[in-house]
Design a protein around this ligand. Structure first.
Ligand code: NZQ
Ligand code: ZN
Length: 361
């Protein structure tokens, strides 16, 4: 295991129905000017917006809206938020949404004097509220890439708030969680560590609950478990002592930069093909993964099982399923602009990434 330093600064409040009480408690810590950040409108449709404003006014806060944060948030949107936060001299940014709102606000809150940030998670999967990384799309330069911002001061994870998320997004979010675990597991070193053994448990749990929620969207235990698994995937615990892989994510991010596709769905299409390209370079680890996570003997069977799961829960298996047709020069551009990660067991070349994308078409 590699050496590490670990510090986790986020106060996490988890539990069904915990939202109002924990938010009220948290608000006592901050000044009066709150910038309320949210996405494209789901919080108004679900009535959450009104509940939030009532709580904020009840706590004596003035509220300024920063709405319209789109899935796959753009650099322009971040800049708009930064300007607004400065203008109103925000004492707290309250980000209410999924990974896109959280990511956008982590960068908005960054500055010479960082602004405190709280995240109310309404769609789980990314675990964005657990770390200080943010994935932002620079539309002009066609790059979807990681930026480093602030950690949230607090995060509220109330599974009840996710009940209105469209099922497609619930499934895609859960697959994203599984991907984060796998991409950490297959990083370096490839010897099995405590982090990997905890990781295997989180993967088994995510797979089981992904199946359960796909069968029954009213399964509250599955919904709660997936929300906590999402947090576990990105709160750093599984990454201790490891250099993560995240090569599949890098390909998906560039696919996203060119197509604005859904993140979890893009990963579902890419993962099996990507693993068929790399497993020979870490066959022992892939065999262990087969036995501990999928309860089969060999790597190839495990990759088949992963593909079966993707089919079973109704995720797309080809780019065509997602409505994406890539022109030849776009495939080349995506491959050429994909970051090659140091943690992957095989160093991919742009040619091989091109090949993977063609096989996924
Ligand atoms: O925008 P609104 O209207 O709110 O609708 C959203 C959005 O359309 C909807 N939604 C969220 N909560 C809802 C709801 N609809 C009904 N009821 C609710 N309670 O869900 C849609 C998707 O939301 P989004 O935040 O885009 O999804 P997700 O959480 O999957 O986030 C995706 C973004 O996170 C990045 C991805 O690349 C992508 O840009 N990631 C961030 C990571 C990180 N910071 O650690 C790690 C990930 O690997 C990922 O790359
Ligand atoms: Zn992801």
């Amino acid at each position: 295991m590699n050496r590490f330093d670990y510090h986790f600064p986020v106060r996490v409040h988890f539990g069904q129905g915990c939202f109002e009480e924990t938010l009220q408690q948290e608000l006592t810590r901050y000044g009066n000017r709150v910038m309320l950040a949210y996405g494209g409108g789901s919080i108004r449709r679900t009535g959450l917006y009104d509940r939030l404003v009532t709580i904020l006014h009840g706590a004596g806060k003035t509220v300024t809206d920063f709405g319209g944060i789109m899935p796959n948030p753009t650099l322009k949107k971040v800049q708009e938020g930064q300007q607004l936060a400065r203008e109103i001299k925000a004492d707290l940014i309250l980000a209410v949404g999924g990974g896109s709102v959280s990511d956008c606000c982590k960068i908005v809150a960054t500055g010479d004097t960082p602004i405190p940030l709280g995240v109310v998670v309404t769609a789980s999967g990314t675990g964005s509220e657990q770390n200080n990384g943010a994935v932002i799309t620079d539309e002009e330069n066609k790059v979807k890439g990681a930026m480093w911002g602030v950690f949230a001061d607090f995060a509220i994870l109330d599974p009840d708030l996710t009940k209105t998320v469209p099922m497609k997004q619930v499934i895609s979010g859960a697959f994203d969680t599984l991907s984060h675990c796998m991409e950490t597991y297959f990083g370096r070193p490839d010897e099995v560590t405590l982090s990997d053994e905890i990781n295997e448990a989180v993967q088994r749990n995510t797979i089981r609950n992904l199946r359960r929620i796909a069968q029954d969207s009213d399964d509250e235990l599955a919904r709660s478990e997936l929300m906590w698994a999402s947090a576990m995937g990105e709160n750093g615990i599984l990454k201790l002592g490891k250099v993560t892989d995240f090569q599949c994510h890098m390909i998906e991010h560039q696919l996203g930069a060119y197509t604005d596709c859904n993140h979890g769905q893009g990963l579902a299409v890419l993962h099996p093909t990507f693993y068929r390209h790399i497993y020979h370079s870490a066959e022992k680890k892939f065999d262990r993964w087969a036995q501990e996570v999928w309860l089969v003997q060999h790597a190839q069977q495990a990759i088949d099982a992963l593909e079966d799961l993707i089919n079973e829960v109704g995720l797309p298996t080809t780019l065509a399923d997602m409505g994406i047709t890539l022109a030849d020069d776009t495939i080349k551009a995506i491959a050429a602009s994909t970051v090659i990660t140091p943690g992957c067991c095989k160093r991919l070349t742009p040619d091989e990434i091109e090949q993977i994308l063609r096989e996924c078409s």
